[in-house]
Design a protein. Sequence first.
Length: 300
Amino acid sequence: MDINRIDLNLLKIFDSVYRLRNLAAVAQEVHLSQPAVSHALARLRASLDDPLFTRTPHGLEPTARCERLAVPIRNALDTIRDSLIDSADFKPEECTREFRLLLSDVGEMLFVPSLMSHLNTVAPRVKLAIVQAPRANYERMLRDREVDIAVGHLNMTRQSFREQPLFRDHGVVLGRRNADRPRTDLTMDAFEQASHAVINPPDDPVEEMFADRNIKRNVTLRMPNYFALPDVIESSDLLVTVPSRIARFFQRHFDLEISELPFPSPLFDVRMFWHVRHDSDPAHAWLRDMFLFLFNDKKD
């Protein structure tokens, strides 16, 4: 299919038909006559080589291909509309755009609850789609418009990307709380003799720290992500070294104890990245400002 042969004005008709399922209602919404709407729909059917909608006693029903197209077309129209709004006229409470955020599993836990709570108050019609991918794909996904923002301990230096520091973190030790034997200052001997769990996502800054310092641990459990980690630590004598923010997050929900490492932990920066094409997009700028408001170090 040649995209250049499709009249993009027809996509608004498509979106209205999908939502309303009634050509008379569509004609009223888009300020056209009903025959003009029917003609526009016929042109789109011919361009896409699909009936898109079939008539039933209950109104127009979308075909399978129509269902696949509906959400991307809706999102594209929202993006176009929001991008044409002058920044002075942008109103978060009226924004209906879906933003796609590229996050790790840690990012999901740290960011998404606060984001959704805040959005529910200031922009209830905004939608989020959380995406996970290998770190090697991050730059391509930003470049190819698959995601709007990537957040993490990342290193992307291409001139086509912008970055904004959010916060600086360090490693700490998380273990089960023991009222009879409270863990005070963790010694190097105790650290080395303990059994450890290890989280092994690629490019994890904590594991990079141990590799750089050539520190050995008695590892008895390796896990690919953080989701089951707090249950495991709470029900065992294992220790695990994690970023301090995720440790505090787990401690709020589980009976766990945080200790400092018995050696200096390097600092690692968590940043937000986006493509330069979004610099002048008022909706995107608002999203970035929201991240800064909620998660910048100054909020700690």
